[in-house]
Structure formats: structure tokens, C-alpha cells
Design a protein around this ligand. Sequence first.
Ligand code: RIB
Ligand code: CA
Length: 310
Amino acid sequence: MPVPVILDCDPGHDDALAILLAAASPALDLLAITTCGGNQTVEKCTLNARRVCSVAGITDVPIARGAEGPLMRSLHIGEYVHGVSGLDGPEWGDPTVPESEESAHALIVRLLRESLEPVVLIPTGPLTNIALVLASHPELKPKIREIVLMGGSTERGNDTPYAEFNIRVDPEAADIVFRSGVPVTMCGLNVTHQALATPDVLDRLRALGTRMGDLCVELLTFFSASYLKTWGFTSPPVHDPVAVARVIDPSLVEVIPAPVSIETQGRYTAGATCVDLHHLTGEPDNALVAMRLDTPRFWDLLIGAIASYA
Ligand code: RIB
Ligand code: CA
């Protein structure tokens, strides 16, 4: 039986690939795509989700707009990585897929209530929407099978020296999620940096000879330039599809249980995920932390999904 999932995202180049992977996978039943402010404003992220779904022909998945910004902080966007549109590179044209009339919050709550099976939430942006659902409807926690998120890191950050972007944007939301008692799997930079879109990957996408393959090359070409300029990466890590891949086939991503605390106070470290890999704090394990990616099989899965589109 396909696993019911909700993808909560901030498209975002790698979020776009996560959408394509989730929608194409027979292992998943993509109930909804919800958006939040992060890589760009929530208005632009929502438009971008519509753009991706329109080009891909994903017409049966509601796209609902979520939180404009963090719970307690002003929004910090990732324009320096994803560009002014949030999805710079390709020429998109006007989307044909509409935005849902429901808010992300209302849609997530309704889908959790209606689903016969507990739902997997896959956040690949700041955790604001997820935290709001957990805080306002704790009675729905049993309807959430697990939260498999892209965010954090067992090592250093990217948006600041010690904080990964998604957690850094809304540390308070992340704190609510990691303290919620809902099973959490954290796919952090330490594992997503194993998913590098190398020249070989781009060659495989070009060889598909499809519009979608070419569009993904255009996306990754822009994304590559951002990563080279900002962090000196010769190939960019595609973070968000790793979280989706973990839900599709858990054997692709090795995890270990560990206590994870979110720094919400640090002047220089706010948004850091403090992963106690050696159990030095005596805190209980509250997350599964992704440590190793089966990179060849990951790329076979993602490129195979992209190949399924025209
Ligand atoms: O730090 C990487 C994460 O931040 C990814 O989800 C990327 O899309 C941005 O949201
Ligand atoms: Ca993202």
C-alpha cells in the first residue's frame, strides 16, 4: 500500500526535485503539497510549487499556501541560493495548476483527520507549518506516523556557521517539532552533502532527452553556480529529495537514534541542531538521525523518477 504523505516545502530548486520524486513514486500517495516562507517569500514559493506541478502535469495534488514567516522571528530568505524568483534558471511560463482555496494549516489538519492511515509529513523547508499543527492540534499526533524532515546537521551549518537554513529560519518551530513526541527522522547536511549533482548526474539527465530532464539540468546549473559562489562546492547537494527517498525506501538512508536539541538562544548559534551522537548529555533519544546515503541508488531513484515525466 502506498504511504500517505504530505510534502511541506519552500521551492526552492531542491524542493522542486523533491516534488517530482514524491509525485512519481508508486510507494507514496502524495496527499498535498504545502508551502511556507523560506527560500523565498511564501507567495513565490507557492507560485513555484504551482510552476513545477504545471510543467510536470501533476494536477491531482492540492497546493496550499502556509505560513508567511517564522513563529517569533522575521523571515530570512535564501535568495542568495535560489534567486529572486526562488526557482531561477528555467523559463517557467504561467502555471496552469491552481492554488488551493484552503490554507496549508486547514488542509493538513483536514487530511490528518480524514486519513485512514497515519500520514508521514515530509518538511523540506522551515518547520513553521508543522509546528503550528502540532501546537494547535495535539490530538492529531497519533495520525502522524512520522516526520521525516530535511534540516539540521550533525556537523556545521550552511546559512550560518552552526545552523542549517531550514532550522535557522525558525528555531522555535523546530524546537516544537523535536520535543513533540512524534517520531522524527532528521536528514541533515551531513547526509544531504552526500547527494551531489555531479557532472555525471547532469549528463544522465541530459541523456533522457526529455523536457523535464532538460529543465532539471537548467535548475541544477543555476543551483551549482550558487553553491560554487557561496560555499565553493564544485557540485551542489540536492538536499530535499533525500528526505523523500528515506520514506520511499528506508534502506537508502542509514540512521541512528540520538538526542537532538535545538539552540534557540545562541547569539551566534541560533538554529543549531545539537546532536548528541555519544549520549553525553543523558538526554533521551528523540530522533533518528540520518548518517549515510546509498548515493548510487539514490540517484538511480531520483533520475528514474525524473525520467517518468515527459
Ligand atoms: O539547507 C538546505 C535547505 O534549505 C534545503 O531545504 C533548501 O531548499 C533550503 O530550504
Ligand atoms: Ca527546501
